[in-house]
Design a protein around this ligand. Structure first.
Ligand code: HEM
Length: 228
């Protein structure tokens, strides 16, 4: 790929998505706070939602912490705590990463099936709800495929892709490091950044709110209408 193509993909594109994430979130919380919601469709279908949502959230939260460990924390830090490259690859990446990824995948398959197959849920979904589901499904499949491929193909993402990702944060992007990264990882990263870019304008924004009021508020008492 030409230098221009690489700079476009590994410098301009990720910064554009991160800026969209930061400013979109500030604008959404500052001016449109009232519209922040997970847009629950529980009253339209409950069984698949309960299973799919639980499994998906457990998987994606574990995968999130896996990304912090594998991408944001340098190898030298894990080595300091006695975690060798091999231990990290087998236990952190192949076992825990694949486990988390499979949970997230099972959850998002159930949720996507539910959204597209249940007429009531489908007809009340916005375009953004449908796109978010499909985008998560594709990104999770690609992430999982990257992790599983590392069991067969020798590739150390922690000394290439992760160093590039961190270089974005200290504003000195080392885009050349992406040259040797396999395409399966690259497409996963492109999809991942797209999700970040569109995050504030979709239902995903609910992930940035913690519903503290549920812990402290009074119970809401629902009673059946008596039948006479
Ligand atoms: C919302 C966005 C994203 C989602 C839903 C997602 C999801 C996943 C999943 C499910 C896996 C499988 C392994 C695991 O569970 O950790 C994975 C792996 C991976 N992801 Fe992501 N990801 C996202 C964004 C990103 C971004 C932005 C990057 C890079 C900057 C990235 C880099 C990686 C790498 C390097 C792996 C392989 C990890 C390994 O083999 O241990 N991901 N991702």
């Amino acid at each position: 790929m030409s230098d221009f193509g690489s700079i476009l993909l590994w410098v301009i594109y990720p910064y554009a998505m991160l800026l969209s994430f930061v400013f979109g979130t500030i604008i959404r919380f500052g001016w449109f706070r009232g519209g922040i919601t997970a847009v629950s469709s529980e009253m339209l279908e409950k069984r698949k939602l309960m299973v799919g949502s639980l499994v998906f959230h457990v998987g994606i939260i574990l995968a999130f912490f896996g990304h912090i460990l594998g991408i944001l924390i340098p190898k030298t830090w894990t080595a300091f705590f006695g975690i060798s490259d091999e231990t990290y690859h087998i236990f952190g990446s192949l076992m825990m990463g694949t486990g988390a990824g499979l949970l997230a995948l099972a959850g998002i398959i159930i949720l996507t099936y539910r959204r597209f197959s249940n007429p009531r849920v489908f007809l009340t979904s916005s375009w953004s709800d449908l796109v978010v589901n499909v985008a998560l499904l594709i990104t999770i499949i690609l992430g999982l495929a990257s992790t599983i491929s590392s069991g067969f193909v020798e590739f150390d993402y922690r000394s290439t892709l992760s160093v590039w990702a961190r270089s974005l944060f200290y504003l000195h992007p080392q885009w050349q490091l992406m040259a040797t990264v396999p395409w399966i990882y690259k497409i996963h990263v492109i999809c991942g950044f797209a999700i970040f870019g569109f995050f504030p304008y979709t239902r995903l924004i609910h992930a940035l709110t913690l519903p503290w009021q549920y812990i402290f508020r009074r119970f809401i008492v629902y009673r059946r209408r008596p039948r006479y």
